[in-house]
Design a protein around this ligand. Sequence first.
Ligand code: ZN
Length: 503
Amino acid sequence: MPESAWDFVTRAMAELRALQGAAALLSWDQETYLPAKGGAARAEQLTALQGLAHERLTDPRLGEALARAGAGAPPDGAEGEARAAALRALRFDRDRAVRVPGDLVRALATAQSEGVEAWRAAREASDFPGFVPHLSRLLALRREEADAIGVPAGGERYDALLDGHEEGMRVARLAPILSRLTGWLAPLVERCVAAPPPDDAFLRGRFDLEAQWAFTMELLPRLGFDLDAGRQDRSAHPFSTGMDPGDVRITTRLFEDLPLSSVFSTLHEAGHGMYEQGLPARWRRSVLGQGASAGLHESQSRLWENLVGRSLPFWKGMLPRLARHLPQLSGVAPAAFHRAVNKVERSLIRVEADEVTYNLHVALRFELELALVRGDLAVADLPGAWDERMRRLLGITPPRAAEGCLQDIHWSLGAFGYFPTYSLGNLYAASLFAAARRALPGLEDGFERGEFAPLLAWLREHVHAWGRARPAEEIVRAATGRGLTDEDLRAYLEGKYGALYVS
Ligand code: ZN
C-alpha cells in the first residue's frame, strides 16, 4: 500500500525532531564541555545538521503531503484535533522557511556571526559607531526577511518577526498592554526606592562554590525537575535545552561573591526544564511536542524564579536548608532574607534587574526596536534615544553605551521581536500563578514544607499538556479564564512590594 499523505507528514516530523534534537545537543555541548580546539569542527557539524533540517522542511514533497493530508477528512475526536493542530503548526514553520530565499538565509547567517563578533568588540570598547554598520546591515536584512515572509493581515512588518517567536501575537495587541504596564510600574518603582532599602549585608562575602552547587542539586528534585530525565551543568550563561521530555539539559553559573545567582539561575532554568519534561510523551516525534511560544516558555521560568522563588513561604522552608550548605547564612531570619532578595533598584542592566524594574527595561527595548523596524529611528540615533527613554522610564542615564544600548546580545544577532516575549512571560506567569492559587487552597503553605508537587501538577495539566497544539494566549485563557492582561501582574507586584516597601 502506498504511504498516505499523513504517514509522510508523520515521518517528516519525526525526522525533523531528531535532527533538531541532535543539533540542540551539539549546541549544549558547545556551551558546556567542548574543548577549545573543537570549535571549528562543531560549527561545521551544526551547519550540516541545520542544513539537513532546512532541506527536510522545505522539501516540495512535504508541501504536497501537507496539502493532501489537510484535504481529507480527519479522524474524529482528540486524534483528529491533534492532527489538525500538527498540520497547522508544521505548515506555519514550513511557510516561513520556504518564503525566505536561500541567498537571504545565507546573508543573515553571515551578518549574524560578524554582528556578534563586532558587538563583543564594540561593547568591550564602548564604541557604538563601530557597531553601526553591522546593526544597520542586520536591520536591513531582517526587514527584507519580514517582507519575504509577508506581513500578517491587518498587521505590520514587525509582526512578521514577532510571529517567529510568539506565534499569533501582534503589535496592535501587545503595545497597549506594555504601555499600560509602564504606566503603573514607574510610580511603583518610585515608591520602592523612596523607602529605606532592605539590609542585604549578610549576602556579602565569600561563599563556597561547591556548597552552592550542592544546594542547587538538592533543590532541583524537590521542585520536581526529574534528574533521570535531565541534568544540570555549569556554563558562562545559564540556559536550558530540551531534546525530548526524557532528556532536558539546564545550566547554572556560580559566583563566590554572589551566593544567590546560582540559586535563581537554577530556579529559572528548572522552570524552563520542567516545561520541557512535561511536554506530552505521545508528541515526542511531533511538531506539537514543543513549547507553545517563547513567551509561554518564559512564563514557566519566571513563575518558578519569582512567584515561587522570591516568596516568603519558599524561604521559610528553604533558608534552613541553604544555611546547611552556606553556614554564614544560619543566623538570618527568613523575613529579612525575603526582603533582601526583593531589593528594588534603579539599575542599568536588564539581566540584573529586580522584578519591579525588569519590565521597564523590556518596554524600552520594545519601543526602540519597533521604531527601528518601522523606519522611525535611524540606527545611528539609537544611543541618544536609549538614554532619553532610560531617563524617562527609570530616571537614570548610562555613563557609556556598553551599559546602555550595547548591553544585550540580541540585536547583534538581528533578533528583533524577541524582547517583548520576556514581558509576556512575566504577564503570563502572574496570571497562571493567580489561577493556580485559586484552584489550590493553601498552595503557598506547602512551599514552607518544601512541597511543590501540587503546583507542578497544575502546570502540567493546564500548560505543559498542550504542547504546541494551541497558541500561547489560548492556553493561558483556558487555564486562567482570560487572555493576556496586566491586571494579575499588577495585583501581584503592587500587593507584594506595597507591603515590603513602606516609607
Ligand atoms: Zn528564560
